[in-house]
Design a protein around this ligand. Structure first.
Ligand code: CTP
Length: 335
């Protein structure tokens, strides 16, 4: 997290300044040391004593001599940017009307800003797809795969934490999207494909989305009604484009590393190994999603990483840990 990092928190002349003590609490909870630097105008909203108490240190009166890893301009006015010290990465966050969710994101924003400067994926663009797609039947009904988006979201977050610039293309997921990514929200597989194409080029692409394999050939434009006759609707389907295969098989503009997922219920290794070759991707992250495993919608995952060199089974661990390990492997592969 932010352990061992020193953050100069500049507090400007804006109503959001009153939330500065709460921001300090979040940053310290993430392990950072916070050096509060209130500008005179901030003192209308917050007292030096309140800042000092939360920071467990005295406030400073200027950035001179402060050796910070990160300068965070909070409740920013133009003057803040001019006052920030030259040394260390800067992150100027405008939070004039801060509410608590924004503040909770602060620690993550800081981690991302630090990582973007010094993480192993700094300067790399990684594309991640996540969540299910919704394929309309009519304006009120859809078909979809079961997917919370938790694993894809964790992967994007881990990539950001290692300094990558991440484009996150997500279907309607059950979990909130990560911070610090370029977020593209889509509904259908076709929209996801278009968003992926538009996001290229990328150094690596991770396809964690549970894309619906089929869509209704002709979605109704008005709600289908029961007409009392007892006749059931007949749906006919057409196949969705395979987004992963299309990117993996590009002759021009293929990311150096293309990673797919294989959620299987039987013969996991055999199916996933065949899927890697069929789709033309470099790696497959395979998992067993049989109902008994509790993986679908759960916090943990048990995966096997399949590469050209063979299969590597990872112990069952939290989805966050799977994500971190995968991000580390991606950083090594792109080095
Ligand atoms: N995928 C994709 N576009 C699709 C279908 C799947 O990009 N239209 C990607 C998924 O994001 C995942 C991988 O392909 O990374 C594997 O998806 P999966 O549904 O397991 O593969 P299928 O091709 O549907 O194979 P099958 O249904 O036969 O298991």
């Amino acid at each position: 997290m932010l352990t061992g990092k020193r953050i100069l928190l500049m507090i400007g002349d804006a109503p959001g300044a009153s939330a500065a003590p709460e921001a300090i609490r979040h940053l310290r909870a993430a392990g950072a040391e916070v050096i509060p630097f209130p500008l005179p105008g901030a003192l209308v909203y917050v007292t030096p004593a309140a800042l000092a108490e939360r920071a467990a240190r005295a406030v400073v009166e200027g950035p001179q001599g402060v050796d910070a890893d990160l300068t965070l301009g909070f409740a920013v006015g133009p003057a803040l940017a001019d006052l920030a010290p030259e040394r260390g990465p800067r992150l100027i966050v405008g939070a004039p009307g801060s509410d608590l969710p924004e503040l909770a994101d602060l620690a993550e924003l800081c981690i991302a800003a630090l990582a973007a400067d010094e993480g192993p994926l700094a300067g790399r663009h990684v594309l991640v797809t996540s969540g299910p797609t919704h394929e309309p039947i009519d304006p009120v009904r859809y078909i979809a795969n079961r997917s919370s988006g938790a694993q894809g979201t964790a992967i994007a977050r881990a990539l950001v934490a290692q300094g990558a610039q991440v484009t996150f293309v997500t279907g309607p997921a059950a979990v909130p999207p990560p911070t610090g990514v370029r977020l593209v929200r889509v509904e259908t597989a076709i929209q996801m494909r278009d968003a992926v194409e538009a996001a290229l080029p990328a150094d690596a692409a991770v396809f964690a989305a549970a894309v619906a394999d089929w869509r209704v050939a002709q979605a109704a434009t008005s709600k289908m009604k029961k007409d009392g006759s007892g006749r059931l609707p007949q749906l006919s389907f057409t196949e969705n484009p395979d987004i992963l295969a299309a990117v993996a098989q590009r002759s021009v503009g293929r990311p150096r590393l293309v990673i797919g997922f294989a959620a299987e219920t039987d013969d996991v290794l055999a199916h996933a190994t065949a899927k890697r070759l069929r789709k033309g991707c470099d790696w497959i992250v395979a998992n067993d999603v049989s109902p008994g495993t509790g993986i679908m919608g759960g916090r943990e995952n048990a995966v096997t990483l399949i590469t050209a060199a063979g299969a590597e089974t990872w112990p069952r661990m939290g989805k966050d840990q799977v994500a971190e390990r995968l991000a580390t492997r991606i950083a090594e592969a792109l080095r």
